[in-house]
Design a protein around this ligand. Structure first.
Ligand SMILES: [Zn+2]
Length: 473
C-alpha cells in the first residue's frame, strides 16, 4: 500500500449494486468447489498406489523421489487420454527423467549442470523433467505436504504438454514466458480436477485441505512483488498463478491451450513498483493508516447508501456480540472493533525468502491486515442493505466485496490509500490462512475450501461488486 497524493484522474467510483436478498441464501456457490462438494480427508499418495514403472536417472528411494516419480506416472496417465481426446495429438512420454541433489554431486541433462540449482524443471533441449530432491522437494514437503511435489511437477509436465502441442497451444519462439507459465499452471489445474474426481491410481485429493495445500504450494513459488509481467523470467504473482490453475480446474485443458498474451493481459496483476511506492509499497498499520483506510472504504461504498461504520481500536471484539479478533463487526452499534497492535504485527512486511525455508520473520504484509479490517467493514455495508451476515454466502460475499474495493481503491477521488505491487498477493496469503477473516461471516466462520474463498475475492476484484450479491446471494 501507499499513501499517495490525492487522485487527479477521473474517479472510477465503485457503485455498489447491493440489494436486500434474504430469500435466496442457499446458492450452490458457498457449498462447492467449482461444482464439486467440499470434502475433508487425508490427501496424498494412496496406500494402495502402484509402484511407478519409470526409469529415473540417479533416483533414490526417499519420499521426494517416490512422490515425484508417482506424479510423473500419474500425469502421463492423464495426458495419454487428454491429448488425443482434446487435441487429436498422440501422447509421447518425456524422453528422460532426472533426480538430483542441488547440494550434492553434480548431474547433467540437456539444460546443463544441476549443482546449486534448487529447482524442478522441464528441459526442452532433451525433452526431460528434472527435480532437486536435495533441497527443493523436501523443503516444500515439510511446509505443505506431499501435494506440493504433485503441484510443482504437474506444472513442469505442463511444459512438456505445451512442447507437444506446439502451434495448437499457440506456442512460437517469441511466446512470452508468462504465457507459457500461465498455460503450465492451468494444465496443472486441469490434471488436479481429474485427481479430485477420483480418477488417479496414485493420489487422492480433498477439495478443502487437499486443494488448499496445492494452492499454498503455488503461492509459495510466486514471483517477488514488483516483478514485471514482461520480465523474461516472469512466472506471475500468486493472484495470476492461482487464476490460471483455477481456470484449468474449472474449464479443462482446451481453455489452457487458448491462453495468449492478448487474453491474459487485462487480468494480469503483475507489475513493477510505482516510483511513488516507498519501501517497496510497505506502510505501517497504525492509526493514521486506519484513518486512510476508512476514507477509502467510505468513498468506495458510498453508492450502497448504507450507514458507514466507525472503526475503533478496542481490543478487536464486540461487547456482547461477535468476537472475531483481531477485528470484529459489531452490528449493535455499527462499529468495526479492531486490535491495532495485533493487526500491525500481522501486517508487517513479508519475508519471502524466509517463507520459502519455513523460517519467516515477517508478517503477511500491510494489505493482509487492511483486508481483514475491510472485510468487517463490508459486513456493515451488507447489514445496511439488509443482507444476511451469518452464513457461508455472507463470508464469500464479504471476500468478493473486499476484492471489489481493492480494485476500486486506486481510482477513488479525494482518498490517499493506493494499492502497490504485491498487495493482492498479501490478500491471497491472508485468505489461505485457516483463521483469515477476509472470507468469514460475522461470527468468523468461513467456507473450508480456500479455492472458493480465493475465487470469491478475485470475482470482486475483476468484475466489481455486482456479482458479489448475485453469485453469493
Ligand atoms: Zn514453468
Amino acid at each position: 500500500m501507499r499513501a499517495g497524493g490525492l487522485a487527479v484522474a477521473m474517479a472510477g467510483v465503485l457503485l455498489l449494486g447491493l440489494t436486500a436478498c434474504g430469500a435466496d441464501d442457499t446458492g450452490s456457490a458457498a457449498g462447492s468447489v467449482a461444482g464439486l462438494p467440499i470434502t475433508h480427508f487425508q490427501s496424498g499418495l494412496r496406500a494402495n498406489a502402484p509402484a511407478p514403472n519409470l526409469d529415473v536417472e540417479n533416483a533414490s528411494d526417499d519420499e521426494a523421489d517416490k512422490l515425484a516419480t508417482s506424479t510423473i506416472a500419474d500425469v502421463e496417465d492423464y495426458w495419454s487420454k487428454q491429448l488425443p481426446d482434446d487435441f487429436g495429438v498422440a501422447f509421447e512420454p518425456v524422453s528422460s527423467l532426472l533426480s538430483y541433489e542441488s547440494n550434492g554431486e553434480n548431474q547433467q541433462n540437456g539444460c546443463g549442470n544441476t549443482r546449486k540449482n534448487v529447482n524442478a524443471f522441464y528441459c526442452g533441449a532433451d525433452d526431460s523433467v528434472a527435480w532437486d530432491r536435495g533441497v527443493l522437494l523436501p523443503t516444500m514437503i515439510q511446509q505443505f505436504g506431499p501435494l506440493s511435489v504433485v503441484t510443482v511437477l504437474a506444472h513442469e509436465f505442463g511444459h512438456a504438454v505445451q512442447f507437444r502441442l506446439g502451434a495448437k497451444a499457440g506456442i512460437t519462439r517469441s511466446t512470452p514466458t508468462i504465457v507459457k507459465e500461465q498455460q503450465a499452471d492451468c494444465f496443472a489445474g486441469s490434471y488436479y480436477r481429474w485427481v479430485v474426481e477420483g480418477n488417479s491410481k496414485y493420489f487422492t485429493v480433498s477439495t478443502a485441505e487437499g486443494l488448499n495445500a496445492a494452492l499454498s504450494s503455488l503461492f509459495l513459488v510466486r514471483d517477488s512483488a514488483g516483478t514485471s509481467a514482461e520480465d523474461r523470467q516472469a512466472h506471475g504473482t500468486a493472484f495470476d498463478r492461482l487464476f490460471a490453475f483455477q481456470l484449468g480446474f474449472e474449464k479443462g485443458p482446451k481453455d489452457c491451450a487458448a491462453i495468449t498474451m492478448d487474453n491474459i493481459k487485462p487480468r494480469l496483476v503483475e507489475r513493477p513498483f510505482d516510483p511513488a511506492d516507498k519501501n517497496e509499497g510497505t506502510i505501517d498499520i497504525d492509526d493514521q493508516t486506519v484513518g486512510l483506510l476508512k476514507e477509502s472504504l467510505d468513498a468506495a461504498f458510498a453508492g450502497a447508501k448504507a450507514p458507514a461504520p466507525e472503526i475503533v481500536d478496542g481490543g478487536g471484539t464486540c461487547q456482547g456480540g461477535p468476537a472475531t479478533p483481531p477485528a470484529s463487526y459489531c452490528p449493535s452499534d455499527n462499529t468495526v472493533n479492531i486490535d491495532l497492535n495485533t493487526l500491525a504485527e500481522l501486517g508487517r512486511p513479508v519475508d519471502q525468502s524466509g517463507e520459502f525455508t519455513g523460517q519467516s520473520n515477517g508478517g503477511f504484509g500491510d494489505f493482509a491486515a487492511l483486508s481483514e479490517i475491510a472485510s468487517r467493514y463490508a459486513l456493515a455495508i451488507q447489514k445496511g442493505v439488509g443482507a444476511s451476515l451469518d452464513n457461508a454466502n455472507a463470508g464469500l460475499r464479504t471476500a468478493c466485496l473486499v476484492g471489489a474495493w481493492a480494485a476500486a481503491a486506486n481510482n477513488l477521488q479525494d482518498t490517499k490509500l493506493r494499492l502497490s505491487a504485491g498487495d493482492l498477493d498479501e490478500a491471497i496469503s491472508d485468505l489461505l490462512r485457516p483463521d483469515s477473516l477476509v472470507a468469514a461471516d460475522v461470527n468468523g466462520k468461513r467456507v473450508d475450501a480456500g479455492f472458493t474463498r480465493v475465487e470469491a475475492m478475485r470475482t470482486g476484484y475483476l468484475q466489481g461488486s455486482t456479482p458479489c450479491t448475485k453469485q453469493y446471494g
